[in-house]
Design a protein around this ligand. Structure first.
Ligand code: NCD
Length: 306
């Protein structure tokens, strides 16, 4: 039995197969409409979510399966003091697979150690968000045609943004990927990612503060929200929250075929005027998230569709 804790749990070849499956689902959704008839997905969300939870639920429904779960710790027995380990032992008796989001780093890993069903990490604190990364990889591969030879700018809260941490790890495995980290001093990408991933593998990267300085060189601009819930004090959040606002003026500096991505939710970091720009890919990214989660559920449940 397999779980998904980190995007690196899949080899590059396995990831290719998963993304191929997601593209086939996109082209022929009807082929997969009953692939999970009679199967159940539990969504255990101890932290707020719109896209990730609904996208998992839509994915399972598109496969003909059923869903149930909770969407906040307050509405689960966590409020009575039940441990994650006990909850997952119990959920293993009800469901065939589960997706868990938790504010504590490592909680889904703890669950996977005692679970008798596949556990998917749907975001653990400021650590990782592997299914967002699968979504991002599918979006990049589908819209740019490749996962190598790319210059990717990651902008905003690179310190607390788990989507950034997972995506850097995943893209670092492809040839000739250059990272441009765009953030204020206080929200720089953590040292452990620079040391363990980038420096260890000799992967080129640079860190800048002004988005305008690097815009013309980017193939992808990955915007992120300042992660208010992970700040220790509100004053810092207020000072940093509007540090970057992408608008049409800044978009004019970019290549014609650059794409703008964002895991969403957006707050102020992308002005709504950018939504009309054909290079804005963040809503298409949401649709890819459903296809890739369908592919992931099929893969972890070992369901084959001919
Ligand atoms: C992200 C998350 O939860 O980390 N959202 C998502 O799952 N699409 C990004 C965010 O909350 O800023």
């Amino acid at each position: 039995m397999r779980h998904l804790m980190s995007p690196l749990d899949f080899s590059v070849e396995e990831l290719d197969q998963l993304l191929d499956l997601a593209n086939d689902i996109e082209k022929h959704p009807e082929k997969y409409a009953h692939a999970c008839d009679g199967k159940k997905l539990a969504t255990l969300f101890y932290e707020p979510s719109t896209r990730t939870r609904l996208s998992f639920e839509a994915a399972m429904m598109n496969l003909g399966g059923n869903i149930f779960g909770f969407s906040s710790a307050a509405s689960s027995s966590a409020a009575k003091g039940e441990s994650v380990s006990d909850t997952i032992r119990m959920v293993s008796c009800y469901a065939d697979i589960c997706a868990m989001r938790h504010p504590k780093e490592g909680a889904p890993m703890v669950a996977s150690a005692v679970s008798s069903i596949p556990v998917i990490n749907a975001g653990d604190g400021g650590h990782q968000h592997p299914t967002q990364t699968l979504t991002d990889l599918l979006t990049i591969r589908s819209l740019k045609g490749r996962l190598d030879h790319l210059v990717i700018g990651l902008c905003g809260d690179l310190k607390f943004g788990r989507t950034v941490h997972s995506l850097v790890r995943a893209l670092a495995r492809y040839e000739h990927v250059t990272f441009v980290f765009i953030s204020p001093e206080e929200l720089k990408v953590p040292e452990y990612i620079k040391e363990d991933v980038l420096k260890a593998e000799n992967i080129p990267y640079k860190e800048v503060e002004r988005i305008e300085d690097v815009m013309p060189e980017l193939d992808i601009l990955y915007m992120t929200r300042v992660q208010r819930e992970r700040f220790f004090n509100e004053a810092d959040y207020v000072r940093l929250k509007d540090f970057y606002i992408l608008n049409n003026k800044k978009m004019n500096l970019a290549k014609d075929d650059m794409i703008v991505m964002h895991p969403l939710p957006r707050v102020n970091e992308i002005s709504v005027e950018v939504d009309k720009d054909p290079r804005a890919a963040y809503f298409r990214q949401v649709q890819y998230g459903v296809y890739v989660r369908m592919a992931l559920i099929l893969t972890l449940l070992e369901v084959k569709v001919c």
